[in-house]
Design a binder for this molecule. Structure first.
Ligand code: ADP
Ligand code: MG
Length: 670
């Protein structure tokens, strides 16, 4: 019996990170910090770690999720295979590489799980070196040793030299039976989870490694086919070496002379659970539109809608990152769309929580990102501060912006057709990422209520003449609902104005930002005031009523109309404009909306009652009639009817008010 040793070296820091992380979710340590701390508190010396104490710790707490043991062991099997591939490529291993696969086998009766590879294998000495020293990474050593032969490009996954021991999270006893590609006898290592192990020669003759896990009593779910199938599908679906899990039946084409009723012949074949060459690992030039679409279906088999377009990420300096992002059709509900981007490292699935790695507005997209450069054994808050991660995040933002710009330039019509489905992402991005805001000026579209689309520059040029007010400000009129604001849109259009249709839930926030970042423009919703007030020109309005008449009218209306709901405002307008118009001042409405949609700093605004103005057009015939009608009852009836009509066109007439309006209207036409 021998004792397992722990390598007190660089990698101990990694061990520290992983182990500490389990105890504190908000841990912000990293190896650098840790080293500094040590340097500060002691001048020289060696840290003593008692193996008996550390081993159970690794066993229990190294990873919070027990299921990742399978990912780690398959990663090791993959590394072993890729190492052999590299060594045969550079002529250092003089053996046939062949078509190696990895096999996962359940032995239900023996309560064992086997992971078998045909990779590089280990000699007895190598087992001593790589397995018996915890936190010594053979993977890192390999990359370092073969860096002159591009060993760092071999796709090796391992890193900290801790993965193997995750096996003890689910197994009481672990065996390794391994035969190196070198001409040396096989080795058999056994360890029962204490720091004691045995190592002896074995009779295995074929190259490769078999790991045998004696699954512990409380982890027997890992002996279920469906459980293992699920894990393989989650973590290993795109790993680079074929992984076999059982057999499957394949239907063959019928022979030419087969009769109609003859069943198609079948054969038993290896059930390979992964696609070793997923689309993102291929150069973009090798992929057609259809390849991207079929990869999307592979990623989201339950998703029947096609993606709108994709962005292929591919960079190797100053960090390594590949991936494909898809723009799906967006619904208005932004929340439920998250958690759809999958993060991989060298084709091993890591997580579908990409918060902190991808800018928030892009978490609404789908697809995969693969980067070995994202530190994962650290907390999220540390991640956000990490320099490499920041660069990755801004690279992704830039790629997305560039793609949108080229789509806009290459096929504007198509871009316009997709606008409704992609605008949420763009608007949210403009609101939250300054760089994206700047870039988006080239492709952010402003649709009109009649289905035309303008960029901001085009809008400015087209509308400057008609819609610049007396203070030299360009007023952009918009509606948020074509039907509900129809009469307001109509009166703006009568004046020859263009009305935009801006209906996203976050539009008030974006408008606010646009107004403060651009000079001399303002946005107003068409029902913010009557049209002559929305775009104020220098023309002097002439009123049919004299001051006395105005006074009388105002007094009467204020008494008749509920003052808690409407503020009466007399205006001399075009005699063709409606006599009563209900408006909702832009500023108050916008603040209220911003508050409702999560705007900070406006606490309480969301609970404010709605404030409306009642604009009375003193030049309209009906107003003169109201003024001149002698009988109080008739006068009141006219006012109520006109008010109800104004409410109706603002969508405010409901309930009992609606019922009495209908009744009154019937009486009037009797
Ligand atoms: P890492 O993968 O980070 O190096 P592990 O603890 O997962 O650390 O594995 C330690 C080392 O053990 C590996 O680097 C490798 O040298 C060796 N090893 C583990 N599994 C195998 C295997 N299936 N075939 C060959 N060598 C292996
Ligand atoms: Mg490993």
């Amino acid at each position: 019996m021998f004792e397992i040793g722990i390598l007190i070296a660089e990698n101990f820091n990694a061990l520290h990170i992983s182990a500490v992380n389990i105890f504190s979710e908000t841990n912000t340590n990293n190896s650098e910090n840790y080293r500094n701390k040590i340097n500060k508190t002691m001048s020289t010396g060696t840290i003593n770690v008692a193996v008996e104490n550390i081993f159970p710790l690794i066993k229990k707490f190294l990873y919070s999720d027990h299921e990742i043991f399978l990912r780690e062991l398959i990663s090791n099997a993959t590394d072993a295979t890729l190492k052999l591939k590299h060594l045969t490529n550079i002529g250092e291993a003089k053996v046939e590489y062949g078509n190696p696969i990895i096999e996962v086998k359940i032995d239900k009766e023996g309560k064992k799980l086997h992971i078998i590879d045909q990779g590089i294998g280990m000699t007895k000495d190598e087992v001593e070196k790589y397995i018996n020293q915890i936190a010594f990474s053979g993977a890192e050593e390999f990359i370092e040793k073969y860096k002159d032969t591009k060993g760092e490009d071999a796709g090796i996954i391992g890193h900290f030299g801790l993965g193997f021991y995750s096996a003890f999270m689910v197994a009481d006893k672990v065996e390794i039976i391994t035969k190196s590609f070198k001409d040396e006898p096989a080795a058999h290592w056994t360890c029962d989870g204490s720091p004691n192990y045995t190592l002896e020669e074995a009779s295995k003759t074929e190259r490769g490694t078999e790991i045998i896990l004696h699954i512990s009593e409380d982890e027997t779910s890992f002996l279920e086919d469906s459980k293992i199938q699920g894990l393989l599908n989650k973590y290993n679906k795109f790993m680079p070496v074929p992984i076999k899990f059982g057999m499957k039946t394949e239907t063959l084409p019928k022979p030419e002379d087969a009769k109609e009723e003859d069943p198609a012949p079948t054969q038993e074949v290896d059930n390979i659970i992964n696609n070793p060459t997923p689309a993102w690992t291929k150069p973009p030039t090798d992929l057609k539109d259809e390849d991207y679409k079929s990869f999307y279906r592979e990623l989201y088999p339950m998703q029947f809608e096609e993606p709108l377009f994709n962005i292929h990420l591919n960079v190797d300096y100053p960090f390594n990152l590949t991936g494909i992002l898809y723009f799906p059709k967006m619904s208005k509900d932004m929340q439920i769309q998250k958690d759809k981007i999958q993060l991989f490292q060298n084709q091993v699935f890591v997580t579908d929580n990409v918060e902190g790695i991808v800018p928030e507005f892009l978490t609404m997209l789908r697809g995969v990102i693969d980067s070995p450069d994202i530190p994962l054994n650290v907390s999220r808050s540390y991640l956000q501060a990490d320099g490499a991660v920041k660069k990755i995040s801004s690279y992704i933002t830039r790629k997305v912006a560039d793609k949108l710009k080229s789509l806009f330039n290459e096929n504007r019509e198509d871009f316009e057709a997709k606008w409704d489905d992609i605008k949420i992402v763009i608007e949210y991005g403009m609101l939250t990422e300054e760089k994206f805001f700047d870039k988006a000026q080239d492709f952010m579209l402003y649709p009109t209520v009649d289905g035309k689309y303008f960029t901001f520059a085009e809008l400015k040029e087209k509308l400057a003449a008609a819609q610049t007010d007396k203070d030299d400000k360009l007023v952009l009129l918009y509606a948020s609902n074509k039907d509900e604001q129809h009469s307001y849109i109509a009166s703006a259009q009568d004046k020859g104005y263009e009305v935009l249709l801006l209906d996203s839930p976050i539009i008030s926030h974006l408008i606010q930002k646009l107004e403060s970042s651009k000079e001399k423009i303002s946005f107003v919703r068409v029902d913010g005031d009557h049209i002559d007030n929305l775009i104020k020109k220098d023309e002097e309005a002439i009123s049919k009523l004299n001051d006395d008449e105005k006074e009388t009218l105002k007094t009467f209306l204020t008494e008749t109309i509920p003052a808690d709901k409407f503020t009466v405002q007399l205006e001399a307008m075009d005699s063709n404009s409606n006599p009563f118009i209900i408006t909702e001042p832009e500023f108050m409405r916008r603040m209220k909306e911003m508050q409702q949609n999560g705007g900070g700093g406006m606490f309480g605004m969301g609970n404010m009652p709605e404030m409306f103005n009642l604009i009375v057009n003193t030049n309209h015939e009906l107003i003169s009639e109201i003024l001149n009608t002698k009988t109080a009852k008739k006068k009141e009836r006219l006012v109520n009817q006109a008010l109800d009509l104004a409410k109706l066109s603002k969508g405010l007439l409901k309930g009992a008010d609606m019922t009495s309006f209908i009744k009154r209207s019937y009486e009037m036409i009797k």
